[in-house]
Design a protein around this ligand. Structure first.
Ligand SMILES: *Cc1c(COP(=O)(O)O)cnc(C)c1O
Length: 223
């Protein structure tokens, strides 16, 4: 299957999920390009996608160079190490994976003055899994308050990678926690970054505004 066909069926899945959830729209596709070569990303861009997500900094920089002529909005979605914040702050439009204050402060301090404030999401570990990045649900508000005070960051909302679940209802259970957390905190955030190839229907049902899609768009990763 080629990328155009995959994109069409992805868009159909999104439309059906929106219909079923009685939502009119408001879901952006973030094309997740990890382990995929630049020509595939270029193809997705030519088909109209604008938002691209990367997990690994070196790989991302190589792709940004290869696609420098494209007007792409770049999202960093992988774990952020503190010795990488300067480069990330300079080379990305969004960071979805902020889960501690030290990283937020460094991104704020290192965001180049010639760029607008960096869009960020707080990554929440909804399943409380030891293996996963993300702040605990209970600590998200404290981090949000601190980030609101950082002028070079624009806090847009919450992001999560839930524990794997095979059926719709179990997928919803974790994703719902992110929606409820956003509602309970009461900030004027516009972003819930959740939903991947396997659980995008559940995510859209629970209010996702950005779905992060790799394999359903590009096929299996070429590792
Ligand atoms: C790889 C990845 C995705 C995309 O996963 P698929 O299952 O391939 O759609 C989304 N978000 C993050 C953080 C990822 O690392």
């Amino acid at each position: 299957m080629n990328i155009q066909t995959r994109l069409q069926s992805l868009q159909q899945r999104i439309r059906s999920a929106l219909d079923r959830a009685n939502r009119k729209g408001g879901v952006a596709i973030l094309a997740v390009g990890k382990s995929q070569p630049p020509p595939k990303l270029l193809r997705a861009y030519q088909l109209g996608l604008k938002h691209f997500g990367e997990n690994y900094l070196q790989e991302a920089l190589a792709k940004q160079a290869a696609l420098g002529h494209c007007e792409i909005i770049w999202h960093f979605i992988g774990p952020v190490q503190s010795n990488k914040t300067r480069v990330i702050a300079a080379h990305f439009d969004w960071v979805h994976s902020v889960d501690r204050l030290k990283i937020a402060q460094r991104l704020n301090d290192q965001r180049p003055t010639w760029r607008p404030p960096l869009n960020v999401c707080i990554q929440v570990n909804v399943g409380g899994e030891a293996s996963k990045a993300g702040i605990a649900l209970k600590q998200a508000d404290e981090l949000a308050q601190a980030i609101q005070g950082l002028p070079r960051l624009r806090l847009r909302g919450l992001m999560t990678i839930p524990p794997p679940a095979s059926d719709f209802e179990n997928q919803r259970k974790y994703l719902r926690q992110l929606r409820e957390l956003k509602a309970s905190l009461g900030y004027d955030w516009d972003t819930l970054s959740m939903g991947m190839s396997r659980d995008l229907e559940a995510a859209i049902t629970e209010g996702a505004t950005i779905v992060r899609i790799g394999t359903a768009l590009f096929g299996e990763r070429e590792n």
